[in-house]
Design a binder for this molecule. Structure first.
Ligand code: GDP
Length: 328
């Protein structure tokens, strides 16, 4: 495979080349990995900087419906939109919920849209690496908006927030009791809360839910990277398309404000650093679990710790020393 040619075709925005590159990135084969890394080097800095939008919400809240109508609105404005899914359940089961059903039918057929389901990888760490690389590929291919969608369970939300410029939380209209079901941590990373299904009979409940969340957001600590009235909650109807223009305007207001005040670059810099450290952690972990000798030593230390012969901290220190020595 000619990597220079592939890089050129990606820069030209050829979808087939992009799909091919993603297959390389997702592959676990050593030679594919090497090609993916070489490709990443060729494409570094290529293309414009897309707006990376993280989107989370529990199953049934309307993520597919929202992405379909929001995405259609964006391509209608001449923007190129990529949609990537991160499905933590696929990391466990090897199958992808987000990829199974036919989703976003209209958007998936649009020439300016690119939709990629969640990869099935055994570890969330692997999914994170792949998704970041795919985001970079989409940027190089000239996509203006990269939407990274995840189901609202486990650690995947934090992970997606760590690779997004803005993080959107989609919620369903609900009674006051359910409000407390949204974890504080998720409220803290959300830039915009969208209460979906604000239509028909659900509209009054959605409006009330939105007011409740606005109140809850006001109680959170003010973040320096936000203008005065952010984070905020608003209602939308993915089915009827209500509120989507306004939501897009809010996203741009926030994005522009952060750019003007230096928080945009700072956030990306912090994220780059986070992922560097994460890669080091993954690499160390691979060194620990990848070698039978190291696994044997780990098991040996583990047994001595369990038997009370060795303190956990001391054993860990010795194990880490062995890992360090292994690298020489
Ligand atoms: P996902 O699991 O989060 O991707 O949710 P889906 O997009 O598959 O939607 C789940 C259900 O909610 C479907 O029956 C949708 O038709 C419905 N739904 C999604 N958005 C809206 C909306 O804005 N209003 C109403 N009334 N129903 C919606």
């Amino acid at each position: 495979m000619d990597i220079d040619e592939l890089a050129g075709r990606i820069r030209n925005g050829e979808r087939r080349a992009l799909a091919r590159a993603i297959t390389l990135v997702e592959s676990t084969r050593e030679d594919h990995r090497a090609l993916a890394v070489a490709l990443g080097e060729r494409l570094a800095g290529a293309g414009m900087q897309a707006l990376r939008l993280g989107l989370s919400g529990t199953p049934g809240v309307g993520k597919s419906t929202f992405i379909e109508s929001f995405g259609m609105m964006l391509v209608g404005q001449g923007l190129k939109v990529a949609v990537l899914a991160v499905d933590p359940s696929s990391a466990r089961s090897g199958g992808s919920i987000l990829g199974d059903k036919t989703r976003m039918e209209e958007l998936s057929r649009h020439p300016n849209a690119f939709i990629r389901p969640s990869p099935s990888q055994s570890q969330l760490g692997g999914v994170a690496r792949r998704t970041r690389e795919v985001v970079a590929l989409c940027e190089a291919a000239g996509y203006d908006v990269v939407l990274i969608e995840t189901v609202g369970v486990g650690q995947s939300e934090t992970m997606v927030a760590e690779m997004s410029d803005l993080f959107l939380l989609l919620l369903a209209p609900a009674g006051g009791d359910e409000l407390q079901g949204v974890k504080r941590g998720i409220m803290e990373i959300a830039d915009l809360i969208l209460v979906n299904k604000a239509d028909g009979e659900l509209k009054p409940v959605a409006t009330r839910t939105c007011a409740d969340y606005s109140g809850a957001l006001h109680l959170l600590r003010k973040r320096p990277e936000d203008p005065a009235d952010f984070p905020k909650a608003m209602t939308v109807s993915a089915v009827e398309g209500d509120g989507l223009e306004r939501a897009w305007a809010e996203m741009n207001t926030l994005a522009d404000w952060r750019r003007e005040h230096g928080f945009w670059e700072a956030r990306r810099a912090r994220q780059a650093r986070h992922w560097f450290e994460e890669e080091v952690r993954l690499g160390l972990l691979a060194r620990l679990t990848g070698s039978p000798e190291m696994r044997r030593r780990l098991d040996g230390f583990g047994r001595r710790v369990a038997a009370g012969d060795l303190a956990p901290g001391v054993a860990a220190k010795e194990m880490l020393h062995l890992l360090g020595a292994g690298s020489a």
